[in-house]
Design a protein around this ligand. Structure first.
Ligand SMILES: Nc1ncnc2c1ncn2[C@@H]1O[C@H](COP(=O)(O)OP(=O)(O)O)[C@@H](O)[C@H]1O
Ligand SMILES: Cc1ncsc1CCOP(=O)(O)O
Ligand SMILES: [Mg+2]
Length: 276
């Protein structure tokens, strides 16, 4: 892939991130999650801790109805089945028709042709934001599987940024590629979110929670680029605080939930590290 150029965007200010969190706490958006079996519980807890209202509903009889009434929809393909693909397509179409933001998390998309084909169908509906780890974003952008299973193994590189920008341009939506530094782009500007801690990569469900928190912030009214960067800065700051004292992965996961609840908009104004 050749190198893409991007123009510099005004960095999302810590105040913008702070306002996004305040709006989330005020509006308490209903976030409909079509997510995987591994992380459903921790995702619901993360949304509740943040101040949003989660609902998990996979049944074909109701998924589209609930998606149309929710403040935002999350579509996460972590534990996909043929039936779930149909439910995801119907729910995403309903969210789009209702004008609600929806986030696509292509968990482990490089793991099998089945996931790649499902992702292509879902992406054709037009998500507001695609949020994946670096390998998942590279896979979607290039069509060549990267990563192993659901893990990234993709370092920061110009190739990841180029992939995110190319994908955003092709899909005409915002794209977030997570890792030690998260990249968020609308295909024109690129923001870097420096918040976070290495322990976040040692527990399952941190990427999935990041996608759910992005959906919550967008559901509270934030625009896609600034909203995704704000949500990732908030999550990263909670991770930094949870890692104080170097807990093991188990305690860290519990403390991460506590910190999602404890971080205030004022804390985020002081602690968000987002650059252009
Ligand atoms: N080494 C790291 N340093 C700081 N933050 C990290 C690190 N690894 C992951 N994160 C954070 O953890 C969350 C999940 O990212 P990632 O591990 O890339 O996703 P996934 O779990 O989908 O593979 C993101 O918010 C990201 O910023
Ligand atoms: C381990 C695993 N297997 C299928 S989905 C899943 C969870 C992935 O969670 P995350 O993307 O947040 O690491
Ligand atoms: Mg993930």
């Amino acid at each position: 892939m050749g190198e893409e150029t991007h123009v510099s965007t005004t960095a999302v200010s810590p105040e913008t991130a702070s306002e996004a969190l305040a709006a989330l706490r005020w509006k308490r958006p209903l976030v409909h999650c079509l997510t995987n079996d591994v992380v459903a519980n921790v995702t619901a807890n993360a949304l509740l801790a943040a101040g949003a209202s989660p609902v998990m509903a996979h049944a074909p009889e109701e998924a589209a109805v609930i998606a149309a009434r929710a403040g935002a929809l999350l579509v996460n393909i972590g534990t996909l089945t043929r039936d779930r693909v149909e439910v995801m397509v119907a729910a995403a179409e309903a969210a789009r028709a209702a004008g609600a933001p929806w986030v696509f998390d292509p968990v482990g998309v490089g793991a099998s042709p089945f996931r790649q084909e499902a992702a292509a169908r879902i992406l054709a509906i037009g998500p507001t934001l695609v949020k994946g780890n670096a390998a998942e974003i590279v896979t979607l952008a290039t069509g060549r599987p990267a990563g192993r299973g659901v893990d990234s193994e993709e370092g920061e590189s110009r190739a990841v940024q180029d992939a995110a920008v190319a994908l955003a341009r092709r899909l005409r939506c915002a794209v977030a590629a997570t890792g030690r530094v998260d990249l968020v782009t609308d295909g024109v500007g690129v923001l870097q979110v420096h918040n976070g801690h290495a322990l976040m990569g040692r527990i399952t469900g941190s990427g999935c929670a990041a996608g759910a928190l992005c959906a919550a912030v967008l559901g509270a009214g934030a625009p896609a680029l600034a909203g995704a960067a704000s949500a990732l800065a908030y999550f990263g700051l909670a991770g930094e605080r949870a890692a104080a004292g170097e807990p093991g992965p188990g305690m860290f996961q519990a403390r991460l939930l506590d910190e999602l609840a404890a971080v205030t908009p004022e804390d985020l104004a002081a602690g968000a590290r987002i650059t252009a």
